[in-house]
Design a protein around this ligand. Structure first.
Ligand code: HEM
Length: 184
């Protein structure tokens, strides 16, 4: 994945746990002491390795780290020069989720070798929808839960999320999302 992702993982660890902890995680993951370059592509195994090392170092499950990273990512991209892109993706949660693929297509203009996931919204009502998530990568459903929570925060909504596996022609994870206005 592009360095932008690894950089954000570093940003999350540094801001929550400090430089020392980041150093230990980086060493445990066997990474050289070099800064990540946003526009450079790194193997997926480096990102998975970072999450595994953080999980061991902090003593929390990898799923919890992925979820927290998802929440952080929504805030991070809004501040890291992608605020406009986030804004144009939608003014409500359902609108935003329906535009996710289009948003990644626009990201692809700056990151030409992007291998983005794909999302479809189904059965939307006034306070619920199903989000279907297709990816060539395994194990990232907890990341999507965190991303959804981050988007809930962004739109002032409290979300209830259930994940289920759909074993149809193209097996994938689906998220049943229900929301109400978050109390202040
Ligand atoms: C403007 C904001 C965003 C930017 C700049 C962005 C950019 C990226 C980049 C660079 C990757 C790595 C893919 C690769 O290198 O091949 C990625 C992956 C991903 N993005 Fe986004 N993204 C944004 C917002 C979102 C949002 C709001 C979601 C919410 C669902 C999302 C869902 C994902 C997921 C789940 C992946 C993991 C890859 C996979 O599933 O295969 N992204 N994104």
């Amino acid at each position: 994945m592009y360095g932008l992702i690894n950089k954000a993982v570093e940003g999350l660890v540094r801001s929550r746990f400090g430089a020392e902890t980041w150093h230990r995680i980086r060493m445990r993951a066997g990474l050289k002491d070099e800064p990540f370059v946003s526009m450079e592509q790194y193997g997926d195994e480096m990102t998975y390795g970072l999450v595994a090392a953080a999980s061991e170092e902090l003593g929390v499950p990898a799923e919890a780290i992925l979820e927290e990273f998802g929440v952080y990512w929504v805030r991070y991209t809004a501040d890291a020069g992608y605020g406009e892109l986030m804004k144009t993706a939608g003014r409500t949660l359902p609108e935003f989720l329906a535009n996710l693929d289009q948003m990644h297509t626009r990201v692809q203009l700056s990151f030409p070798n992007l291998r983005p996931p794909s999302f479809t919204v189904r059965n939307a009502t006034d306070d619920s929808l199903e989000l279907h998530y297709y990816s060539e990568r395994a194990g990232l459903a907890p990341l999507v839960v965190g991303l959804l929570k981050g988007l809930g925060e962004r739109f002032g909504l409290a979300l209830e999320i259930t994940v289920r596996r759909v074993e149809d022609g193209r097996p994938h994870d689906a998220f049943d999302v229900r929301w109400k206005k978050a109390s202040a």
